[in-house]
Write a protein that binds this ligand. Structure first.
Ligand SMILES: NC(=O)c1ccc[n+]([C@@H]2O[C@H](COP(=O)([O-])OP(=O)(O)OC[C@H]3O[C@@H](n4cnc5c(N)ncnc54)[C@H](O)[C@@H]3O)[C@@H](O)[C@H]2O)c1
Length: 432
């Protein structure tokens, strides 16, 4: 059992802290957001993540997990301090490291014994060295002994606990083998491959992985668009490709493109890192452009089907950037809704978890109580996020509620033949 501090209680920090405590460690989570900590101390989750609330409750009751805004309290007697704060994009596409810098400063001010600092935030290559300098400089060289280990996180929102507990691999980067081995010890019980490398390489593995996954999605979306003009079915194309062991089936679902808190900012940050070092990341640029274009194509398809968007009522099913999360950061749905509104349409939407947050972003979005409510009076209905509950709707009822008959299945989850049989004007992405 180790004593651990986790800094940041967002999707990564809260899941990391909770899972490490569930594995028997003593964990204190620190956040600067007082409301968030107050809520966590009352058992209220700041995010929606399946299974998280119950796991937090169990570990708080077992007195292995606690929450505080005090770094001093959080860092007391710990062997490991994990940094899991946000690294959003700034205006020029660079990763904004202000939260990492703040966290490093606060660690330096409050650390009073040797500590291993484990960086879980996704940070530009070289940040581990920079954090070492910050902590070192803060106390004029009087800081207790410390090392920085990079430990990029690969969990997915919506299946975060399972991903944390069953990782395909654990990546650790450090200039100090002993520290890396100690962090590896925390993960041993998971029985997953552990790869130890240097700091910069570990940081790069995270960016390269996310960029590759985003590339697969943009690739299949480009193929989907080509399929549309040639009369082929991208769903079957992807299935046929995925059976090839060299390719594999994951991340080959054509749709409205990728969003969320990671791919968009990480692709941008990698592009920025490359460009500022004189490299020419042409592929990354194309991957991002295709993704953005996919959203515009969806709007154009609806416009073409309706003749005009002005004065039309569009229903949108799903707002979160993917199912099983309430995260709307860079969600395709929101971009599409903004474009529809700009073109003069009225937009009404339903999402099982992300309505309040979306309304804050787009105040003139009309919120609905159910998928059927969303269909009410709509000229067209767009499926933007493939929540399970949208997979088998009563389409006769949807048809009755709608004013028009246009359906755009932005995630290819519905059966075109069935829906056309019911009188809908159905289109999918790359589906003939
Ligand atoms: N969300 C994901 O699916 C995911 C997956 C893998 C990696 N990551 C990476 O992990 C990092 C965290 O992402 P997230 O989605 O959990 O972020 P998030 O925005 O959900 O949460 C960040 C938390 O950090 C807190 N915070 C900010 N500055 C702080 C400080 N100085 N001290 C203490 N707390 C502070 C914020 O209040 C917030 O609660 C990012 O670098 C991200 O790229 C995210």
């Amino acid at each position: 059992m180790a004593k651990i501090c986790v800094i940041g209680t967002g999707y990564v920090g809260l899941v990391t802290g909770t899972c490490l405590s569930d594995m028997g460690n003593q964990v204190t989570c620190v956040d600067i957001d007082e409301d968030r900590i107050e809520q966590l101390n009352r058992g209220i989750m700041p995010i929606y993540e399946p299974g998280l609330e119950q796991l937090v409750k169990q570990n708080v009751e077992a007195q292995r997990l606690s929450f505080t805004t005090s770094y001093k309290e959080g860092l007391q007697d710990v062997e490991f301090a994990f940094i899991a704060v946000g690294t959003p994009s700034n205006d020029i596409g660079e990763a904004d490291l202000r939260y990492v810098q703040l966290a490093a400063n606060s660690i330096a001010k409050n650390m009073d014994h040797p500590t291993i600092i484990v960086n879980k935030s996704t940070v530009p290559v070289g940040t581990g060295d920079w954090v070492t300098e910050i902590i070192h400089d803060q106390n004029g060289g009087q800081t207790p002994e410390f090392t920085v280990v990079s430990n990029p996180e690969f969990l997915r929102e919506g299946s975060a606990i399972n991903d944390f507990m069953n990782p395909d691999r654990v990546v650790l980067g450090s200039t100090d083998q002993e520290s890396a081995n100690k962090v590896a010890g925390l993960y041993e019980a998971l029985r997953s491959p552990i790869m130890i490398t240097d700091l910069r390489t570990a940081e790069m593995i995270k960016y390269a992985s996310n960029a590759f996954l985003a590339t697969r999605i943009s690739f299949i979306n480009e193929i989907a668009n080509i399929c549309e003009s040639l009369g082929a079915d991208v769903r079957e194309v992807a299935r046929g490709m995925g059976m090839d062991k060299r390719i594999g089936p994951s991340f080959l679902d054509a749709g409205l493109g990728w969003g969320g808190s990671c791919f968009p900012k990480d692709v941008k940050a990698l592009t920025y890192m490359a460009t500022t070092r004189g490299a020419h990341p042409q592929l990354l640029q194309a991957v991002a452009d295709i993704n953005q274009n996919q959203r515009k194509r969806a709007v154009k398809k609806i416009e073409k089907a309706l003749g005009t968007l002005r004065g039309k009522k569009i229903g949108v099913l799903g707002l979160s950037f993917k199912p099983n999360t309430d995260d709307i950061r860079y969600a395709p749905s929101l971009d599409i809704i903004r474009m529809l509104l700009e073109a003069g349409a009225v937009v009404q939407a339903f999402d099982p978890q992300a309505m309040e947050a979306s309304k804050k972003e787009i105040p003139n979005l009309v919120l609905c109580q159910s998928p059927y409510d969303t269909a009410k009076g709509a000229d067209a209905l767009l499926l933007a996020t493939e929540w399970n509950e949208f997979k088998s709707l009563n389409f006769s009822k949807i048809k009755e509620e709608m004013h028009g008959n246009v359906l755009l299945d932005g995630r290819n989850i519905w059966d075109p033949e069935d829906l056309r049989g019911l009188g809908f004007e159905y289109s999918g992405i790359g589906v003939p």
